[in-house]
Write a new protein. Structure first.
Length: 257
């Protein structure tokens, strides 16, 4: 009788052990990927940026119009909320050109791991490695007109317009901020919190609206006087002043479906 009891106990132990192993071997549910759309909106103060037709006034009291506004957004990272890892976009280089075409003002991240995200980090400009990596393609193609040379690199932000305060021919404003090394580097990295966290999965595609306020390009921490600062076409202290300003130019105005 004791032998039968021992055999029964031994058999039960084997069954429990096999069951435990089976449970441990069950893989965790796969994380579902989703998409996130990044949409940029350029404004001047409270109104949408209008090219060529609208007069504006900077913090110095100088009137101006805008004919062109381009800038690079790169190295985009979605910062995860509790329990979600950060997501770094691969090959993350985007040229945002102010245009009537939405495709020039948006980009899509198509394979974002499912989870909740609380903020976004990105660089305004193109990192130093890509500035010295030879001929580029896509958004970094020099043929797009936002590149100087292999020595001075990419134009991180290009602003053009007119102002009666500028002593240039026709009051031309031409401010091209570039330079990726040393004390006068114009690369700036910012982190912007979402108004509410976003949730990403195969059934939810959040849209992030990022606003760039042109007035901030000319104010804080450096007030720009168009009579003395109107043409920037090489790395240096003037380009660095613009970069210090455009570091505070962006904000997130919407995050959701």
């Amino acid at each position: 009788m004791k032998s039968i009891i021992k055999i029964a106990i031994f058999s039960a132990a084997i069954i429990i052990g096999v069951s435990s192993c089976s449970k441990k071997e069950n893989p965790a549910p796969a994380v579902e990927n989703g998409q996130v759309y990044m949409e940029f909106f350029n404004v001047v103060g409270e109104g949408n940026l209008q090219l060529n037709t609208q007069w504006y006034q900077n913090a110095n009291g100088d009137s101006f119009t805008v004919s062109k506004l381009n800038y690079y957004i790169s190295n985009v990272v979605l910062n995860g909320s509790t329990g979600t890892a950060n997501y770094t976009e691969p090959e993350s280089y985007h040229l945002i050109e102010h245009s009537a075409s939405p495709s020039d003002m948006t980009f899509n991240m198509p394979i974002v791991p499912g989870g909740k995200y609380k903020s976004v980090t990105f660089t305004i400009g193109v990192d130093s490695l890509r500035n010295v990596s030879g001929a580029q393609t896509g958004a970094l193609d020099p043929a797009l007109g936002n590149f100087w040379s292999w020595n001075t690199g990419y134009i991180m932000l290009k602003f053009e317009g007119n102002s009666p305060k500028a002593p240039t021919t026709g009051g031309k404003l031409m401010m091209h901020a570039g330079g990726f090394t040393g004390a006068n580097s114009v690369l700036r990295t910012v982190t912007l919190n979402f108004p509410t966290e976003i949730e990403v999965n195969k059934n939810k595609t959040p849209h992030i609206h990022l606003q760039a306020n042109v007035l901030k390009l000319f104010h804080s921490p450096n007030t720009i006087n168009f009579a003395t600062t109107n043409t920037v076409h090489m790395p240096g202290t003037d380009a660095k002043k613009l970069a210090d300003n455009y570091a505070g130019m962006f904000s997130v105005t919407y995050a959701g479906l």
